[in-house]
Design a protein around this ligand. Structure first.
Ligand code: SF4
Length: 459
């Protein structure tokens, strides 16, 4: 039978890790001779779903139903976390797709596409979580060529009681260091200047392969890659932000002085119920140490409010912690009761209204802190990677700003996107900064890769 090589569209839902998976699927398919151009008339539509929270599940199911309704004579394949999490149940809840495949299939997508042609029943292949990143380093990039996510591992060895991820992504599995370095070199060759290392817990990197926490070594070796100017690390686990990691950040100029460390809470009892390490006092000591070694560090965290059993006094303790820690950026989620997690059945579920009130109070407590941190930058000249230029204004990010999550630095001036600009800050808001352009290093012909290859749904 002849091979099917078609025109493929990929719709990505969820987080940056899914974005990388979609780019890997697109890379695999392009290598096998398919065209991946994102057009509506594609004969194969792949939906890379998110299954992290109930709200994401509903969004993914809606996207599947829409694609099935529009598929005509084409094929629809559902991939990713929700397919892995729900398997055959997803085929019942959102029927009509031609395939439902789990997270271990990224490298096999050519075969997956072959198998959905010529069969009448949908393909359901959601083996127990196993991780195999696509073993090709030719990701079909989406997004801005000068900034990329680089996934260093899959899965997670922790078992936080609110989290669904280990149940469908399995235990932590690192990419070999040579593989990560090769991917970084490839990204650099296509004009990438900022690499954002991602993993569920990047501090665990390498342990499964090398029996030691290998993040510091990885950072030192990545810093040698020509063309990469910024290396940003996303998602530290609190008790593994070791002296070696801090030292690597402090001493390698290319590693951004930026720490994204989800703490989830600060009260010892809430953290114990969450099965999370340490407590607010130890976190404060850790930040003291980090700030002593990296004086201009920007620290971001996220908290969960309304976790089961969170008393008013536990929540007040969290507010006190926020005021004491004076972190640069704080995000928060209202606890989501996820089926299959231990916290789903814990006593003391907090009413929605209380969760909302606590969320608002937490964000209000952080506002003046974030504003003061930004105001302290007024008068300073900082390096900014320009992401957009419009109507004579540029918008970019400093080392303090991760893509898609933190603020912007605005300045007037016509600078090529992908350039590094020097901006002297004149005005500060809670999230964003405004300044004037005091110089720039022009972009060195970043290879403009078609951006529409993989469709990203707005969050
Ligand atoms: S460390 Fe993160 S991914 Fe791992 S179980 Fe906890 S919340 Fe989930």
């Amino acid at each position: 039978m002849s091979e099917h090589k078609g025109n493929v569209r990929i719709i990505t839902l969820g987080c940056a890790k899914n974005e990388v998976d979609s780019e890997e699927i697109a890379g695999v398919l392009r290598q096998a001779g398919h065209s991946v151009d994102g057009s509506q008339s594609a004969d194969v539509t792949i939906i890379n779903t998110c299954g992290f929270l109930e709200s994401a599940k509903h969004e993914s199911i809606a996207a599947i139903k829409k694609a099935v309704a529009e598929k005509g004579g084409g094929k629809v394949i559902v991939a990713g976390c929700l397919a892995q999490r729900m398997g055959a149940e997803l085929a019942r809840l959102a029927p009509g797709a031609d395939g439902y495949v789990g997270v271990g299939q990224m490298g096999n997508f050519h075969q997956v596409v072959q198998s959905v042609f010529g069969r009448t029943e949908p393909l359901i292949d959601v083996e127990p979580p196993h991780h195999k990143w696509a073993d090709v380093t030719t990701r079909a990039r989406t997004g801005r060529p000068w900034s990329a996510y680089l996934k260093v591992s899959e899965g997670c060895d922790h078992r936080c009681t609110f989290c669904t991820i280990p149940s469908f992504r399995g235990n932590h599995a690192s990419k070999p260091i040579e593989r990560v370095l090769e991917e970084a070199r490839q990204l650099a060759r296509t004009g990438c200047k900022e690499i954002n290392l991602i993993a569920q817990d990047v501090t665990q990197y390498g342990y499964d392969l090398y029996k030691e926490f290998t993040l510091p070594k990885l950072l030192h070796q990545l810093a040698e890659v020509d063309g990469i100017e910024w290396i940003r690390i996303l998602y530290f686990y609190p008790n593994r932000l070791t002296d070696e990691v801090i030292e690597a950040i402090a001493t390698q100029p290319k590693v951004c002085n930026y720490i994204d460390i989800p703490l989830q809470h600060a009260h010892p009892e809430t953290l114990r119920r969450m099965k999370r390490p340490w407590d607010g006092d130890r976190y404060l000591k850790l930040f003291e140490k980090v700030r002593a070694s990296i004086p201009d560090v920007a620290i971001r965290t996220t908290f969960i409010v309304g976790f089961p059993g969170e008393t008013q006094s536990e929540f007040n303790h969290l507010i006190d912690f926020v005021q004491a820690a004076k972190l640069d950026r704080v995000g928060a989620f209202q606890f989501s009761r996820e089926p299959g997690t231990p916290s789903h059945d814990m006593p003391g579920q907090v009413p929605s209204r209380t969760k909302k009130e606590r969320y608002d109070r937490l964000m209000r407590a952080q506002t003046p802190i974030s504003l003061a941190k930004n105001k302290a930058l007024v008068g300073q000249t900082i390096s900014v990677l320009v992401d957009e230029v419009k109507d004579g204004w540029m918008a970019g990010r400093s080392y303090r700003d991760a893509p898609e999550i933190d603020g912007w630095v605005y300045a007037q001036g016509n600078v090529l996107s992908g350039s590094f600009a020097k901006v002297t800050i004149t005005e500060a808001q809670e999230h964003d900064l405004v300044g004037h352009l005091s110089g720039f290093t022009p972009a060195q012909n970043p290879r403009m890769i078609p951006l529409q290859m993989v469709t990203r749904e707005p969050r």
